[in-house]
Design a protein around this ligand. Structure first.
Ligand code: DGL
Length: 264
């Protein structure tokens, strides 16, 4: 059986990329809800409806587990999904914990970036209340990065000025770590690196999520069942168009290049 990956768009590819590294002998389906991306600026109830539509489809494809490779979808629907479907559902969590713990003895701050909806949700608020005893966490939505990623815009000349402007109200030297709390943002690690001091960590939750996937499948003796195939779906339609598949290949190449230089 295969493993389902779900995101509003291409952000979850950054998580799938790590999963393939860790679990190369699995088959995957990747479902991007391209008809409804972006989720971040939309009301919670609307986004929840899209997530359940997508899940109904994914569950019918014979999957042994589903990774919700989207922080926004995790924050608005993970509990409801787990109580509806009887298979393991792995979510994302903004990596606030490692970021705050890393700074335990310092006096620097942590910047959590995510979509507007993730930042508004109880799930993140509760996490921060639990971990941020020193009140060192600041929050920053970056909707432009989702838009750039969805239009395959990875040109520094276009993206860097946006990021620079968004970070301009923060004294970046005061930050110990920046948390990428949206899976789309991991495509831009190299550009964050250019704008942040060398000592500032850039942390996403991707590795934690794929470790969790591996552990969960291991506990069920359900590992190593495939050949590394990936099937792509856009809002319920199988992607067979060669130009679109080539775009996905280019995304994997970009992640290879970023991770070769910016291992986290
Ligand atoms: N990739 C998604 C996340 O991790 C959401 C992007 C969006 O649809 O706004 O939050």
């Amino acid at each position: 059986m295969q493993i389902g990956f779900f995101d509003s768009g291409i952000g979850g590819i950054t998580v799938l990329h790590d999963a393939i590294k860790l679990l190369p002998k699995e088959d995957y389906i990747y479902y991007a809800d391209t008809a409804n991306v972006p989720y971040g600026p939309k009301p919670k109830e609307e986004v929840r409806k899209y997530i359940f539509q997508a899940m109904e489809f994914i569950i019918r494809q014979q999957v042994k587990a589903v990774v919700i490779a989207c922080n926004t979808a995790t924050s608005v629907a993970i509990e409801a999904l787990r109580s509806t479907y009887n298979i393991p559902i792995i979510g994302m969590e903004p990596a606030v914990k490692p970021a705050v713990e890393q700074n335990r003895h310092g006096n620097k701050r942590v910047l959590v970036t995510a979509t507007a909806l993730t930042l508004k949700e109880e799930k993140l608020k509760n996490l921060i209340t639990r971990l941020d005893n020193e009140h060192i966490v600041d929050l920053l939505p970056l909707p432009g990065l989702v838009q750039f990623a969805e239009s395959f815009e990875f040109n520094e000349g276009v993206v860097l000025p946006y990021l620079k402007e968004q970070l301009s109200t923060y004294e970046v030297n005061n930050y110990e770590a920046i948390v990428l709390g949206c899976t789309h943002f991991s495509f831009y690690k190299d550009m964050f690196r250019k704008l942040l001091p060398p000592g500032t960590s850039i942390i996403d939750g991707n590795r934690g999520t794929v470790n969790n996937l591996k552990r969960t499948l291991g506990e069920r003796n359900a590992l190593n069942e495939g050949r590394g195939n990936i099937m792509f779906y856009h809002s319920g339609c199988r992607v067979t168009d060669t130009a679109k598949l080539a775009q996905y290949r280019r995304l994997f190449k970009r992640l290879e290049a970023i991770n070769a230089v910016h291992s986290l």
